[in-house]
Design a protein around this ligand. Sequence first.
Ligand SMILES: [Fe+2]
Length: 320
Amino acid sequence: MHYAKPPIMLSDVIADTPQVHELLRQNAPYTPLGGWFRPQQGQQEPTSPMWFQNDWVHGDVAVPGADLFMLHEEVTEAAREFYEAEVVIPHTLYVNLMACLAESGPAHTDNPLFEGRDRTNTPMWLLRTMLWSGLFEDWTIRQATSIWWMNDVDGGGLLYWPDGPASPPQRHCENMTNTALLGDNHGMFHQVEPVGPFDQGTRLVTASAELAPENDGTGDWAVRDHGKIAYRAPLEDFRISVLWKAHIYRDQQEQEERQANPLSLEQVARIFGDDLEAKGSPLRLDLEDLDNPEQAMAIAAVYPEAIPVDVGRSIFDALM
Ligand SMILES: [Fe+2]
């Protein structure tokens, strides 16, 4: 497995930060993170930490004003420099707003993408197993990620493992306002540290809670959960980060060649089959049985994910 090199730190990234406040207001409300972390949670129980997330650019959707980040010249240039690549294609922008998490986020690498295979046509367990197998580098779409921080809050630092999961992490904390970290979050483990205020531990809301400006002249934002205010605080007290992702190709020729050779599921099964055979394993990837968790666990066990050293306890482990 190849691990990423250290990310590039940028400062004074956004010249016009009030424009970000405007973007945040225009695109409220924000909803709790769900998805692959805890997909089966119900709507009625207060099981979600106050980790809110919305997409600003995804697929064909882009909110007005998103170009402030999407077309950011310094970030794009840093991506070129990091990968020594000419082609940078920004494709995704999303925002995290967090408060009151007494534990860390999960230590993780971001979900991989391959030419022809992504979460719309391939189960996530298989994409992640493809990543950890190291067998699909020729089809991996390299991703640059920039994380930009709006402000400094109590806690809320970022741990990252630039020297691989077996070496101690580095830490970006305090003085995070208007900085960004540009690197390979698909190859480098990273983890959000606990976010304050810490006076009441981790506060939980239901999956249908919403975070939005109060519009009562105070400047506060509030979390409303089933009609009641679960929490309110000035916007500056929430940890706010904006994440930008781009496809990377060395040059146009590489882009054309790679895009002309998308991976089929049959190829995926064949490549795993050859490797499993070489390992002396009787397992094979059964494409008719991709939703079977037993098959997923058996194959994933052959290609285990690394576990980084010195991780903080994850909020999602704490809640399970
Ligand atoms: Fe991440």
